[in-house]
Structures are given as C-alpha cells and as structure tokens.
Ligand binder design. Structure first.
Ligand code: GAR
Length: 190
C-alpha cells in the first residue's frame, strides 16, 4: 500500500475527493497525513474526522521561506510518504524543497496549462474570451505551474459565466480528475 500525504491551505475539497477514493476497495494507496500551512484550514477537520493524522506548519511563524520549507519537509518526512499531493496548497515552495520531492509530488491547477499559470485563472480565461476552461494535474517542478502534465479535464465557458460559476463547474471536474491521476501515478501508469 503506497502512502500519500496531502498538503492543503483551505477548504480541502480535492483532499476529500482523494480520501474518499482511497477508501474504496482495491485502491493501491492510503492517505496517511494531511498537512496545512494555515491553522484555520477547514479541510483539517475532515481529515481528523476520518482518522487521518494532521499537522499544521504555519508559514507566518517562520522568518524565511527556507525555514518554513525545512519545517514542512520535517513534518512530511515523519509520515514517510511515497507521494506528496498538493491540493489547494497556496504557498510557493523553494527550489530545495521541490528537488527533495521531485518526481513524487503532484499539484492540481485550475486551468488548462500551459494557459493561465498563477492566480485568478477563471477570471483570466473569461476575460481572454476562451471557449473552454479546466484543470490540470501535473508534477511539481521548480518553475511554478510548469511541470510535466499527468491529466487534464476541460469544461465549456458558457454565456453569462462569471469566475464563481466557472470555478464551480471546473471543481466538479477536479474532484473526478485528481483521484484518477493520483491512482495512475501510484500504479506507475502516468
Ligand atoms: C482548487 O480549485 C485548486 O485547483 C486550486 O485551489 C482550489 C482548492 O480547493 N489550486 C490552486 O489554485 C493552486 N495554485 P480545495 O481546497 O477545495 O481543494
């Protein structure tokens, strides 16, 4: 059984989708820990209520990114993961951290990469007049939102969409796509 650690910063709905998928019979992986950089992250309560170890490494309590990254790595390594899954984790990670987990760290980004790396993806897709938006699961590399892609899902941008209605449509796809992509990686099919 492969060990997954999930990093969150907030709501944690993608983390929930992965936890629920892993609970299904025949899954080759289990979520052994959820780590948040925000003590108030709503997703922590879900993880705790499912018997999953949680940890908070609050970025505000560290003087530098390097110190935060080192504390985060220590919390993660204590859980001995085979795969690290970023799910709405909203801190940029330093090069040394990325290198430590390179090849075993995934992220989901709410755009059809390489379009719209960074923030406010749905608003930018609407403003650019795109016909489609979506989400991408990719390996994390040093360049933000640029690692090798594992899977993508697209949705139409409909007349009258604003960034909230579009985000909700994309999120449905995120919850479907991310567990599938995690499983493909764990099984060596990615
Ligand atoms: C998701 O839409 C995810 O794609 C996005 O944050 C949301 C987190 O929701 N991630 C990023 O923007 C990463 N740059 P969740 O906490 O409910 O999973």
């Amino acid at each position: 059984m492969k060990r997954i650690v999930i990093l969150i910063s907030g709501r944690g709905s993608n983390m929930e989708a992965i936890v629920q998928a892993c609970a299904a019979e025949g899954w080759p992986a289990q979520v052994v820990g959820v780590v948040s950089n925000r003590p108030e992250a709503a997703g922590l309560a879900f993880a705790q209520s499912h018997g999953i170890a949680t940890a908070v490494v609050d970025h505000k309590t560290f003087a530098s990114r390097d110190e935060f990254d080192a504390a985060l790595a220590a919390a993660i390594d204590g859980l001995a993961p085979d795969l690290l899954v970023l799910a709405g984790f909203m801190r940029i990670l330093g090069a040394a951290f990325v290198q430590r987990y390179e090849g075993r760290m995934l992220n989901i980004h709410p755009s059809l990469l390489p379009a719209f790396p960074g923030l406010h993806t749905h608003r930018r897709a609407i403003e650019a007049g795109c016909a489609e938006a979506g989400c991408t699961v990719h390996y994390v590399t040093a360049e933000l939102d640029h690692g090798p892609m594992v899977a993508q899902a697209a949705v139409p941008i409909l007349p009258g969409d604003d960034e909230h209605s579009l985000a909700a449509r994309v999120l449905v796809e995120e919850h479907r796509l991310y567990p599938q992509a995690v499983r493909a990686v764990v099984e060596g099919r990615a």
